[in-house]
Ligand binder design. Structure first.
Ligand code: HEM
Length: 160
């Protein structure tokens, strides 16, 4: 009996479309952030390369190259950019909503497994951002960049 081989599961990074797709996503997203009355004051002075830096971060989290660790200061730098900002729950919620909307606008894969993984990370990460941006928070700066994975494998046709 010939048992069809299951192809290897792509990383979330590959499934999303790689670096280019993530840059497109975050460029669209931060464009909307600057039009949003709740978020514009938080991001008014953001670095002009912010969207690209966050794309590199997301790429590493989703199983792509470890380029944020290699070139952008890793986990400690990301945490440091949020310290003392006092991000509120309404701001976090709006941030998440705009990012999920931007995923549609950027044409990221819309299959249930990918979107569950994406939304899960965004929810988790944004809640951490609220915690470590709070006054007096002392987050651990010495952790590696987290890696996020599929909550369940994406459906793929058998290779043969
Ligand atoms: C999953 C959730 C989040 C991720 C993955 C994330 C990621 C990042 C990263 C990687 C940076 C540093 C970029 C660099 O290297 O230049 C950063 C900076 C920043 N983040 Fe977040 N962030 C998240 C949530 C939030 C939320 C909810 C807010 C506020 C509503 C926020 C506000 C900011 C601000 C204001 C900066 C500094 C921007 C600048 O001055 O260039 N972040 N974020």
């Amino acid at each position: 009996m010939i048992v069809p081989e299951t192809p290897p599961t792509p990383t979330l990074y590959e499934w999303a479309g790689g670096h280019e797709a993530l840059v497109k996503l975050l460029t669209i997203f931060y464009g909307h952030v600057l039009e949003d009355p709740l978020l514009e004051p938080v991001f008014r002075h953001m670095d002009p390369h912010h969207a690209e830096h966050v794309a590199v971060w997301l790429g590493e989290v989703f199983g792509g190259p470890a380029a944020y660790t290699a070139n952008h200061g890793g986990h400690a730098h990301m945490i440091g950019r949020h310290l003392g900002r006092g991000i509120t729950e309404p701001q976090r919620r709006r941030w998440v909503t705009l990012l999920l909307d931007a995923a549609d606008e950027a044409g990221l894969p819309a299959d249930p497994e990918f979107r569950a993984a994406f939304a899960g990370y965004v929810e988790w990460g944004s809640r951490l951002a609220v915690l470590f941006s709070a006054p007096g928070a002392e987050p651990n700066l010495h952790e590696p960049v987290p890696r996020w994975d599929w909550p369940m494998p994406p459906w793929q046709p058998p290779s043969s």
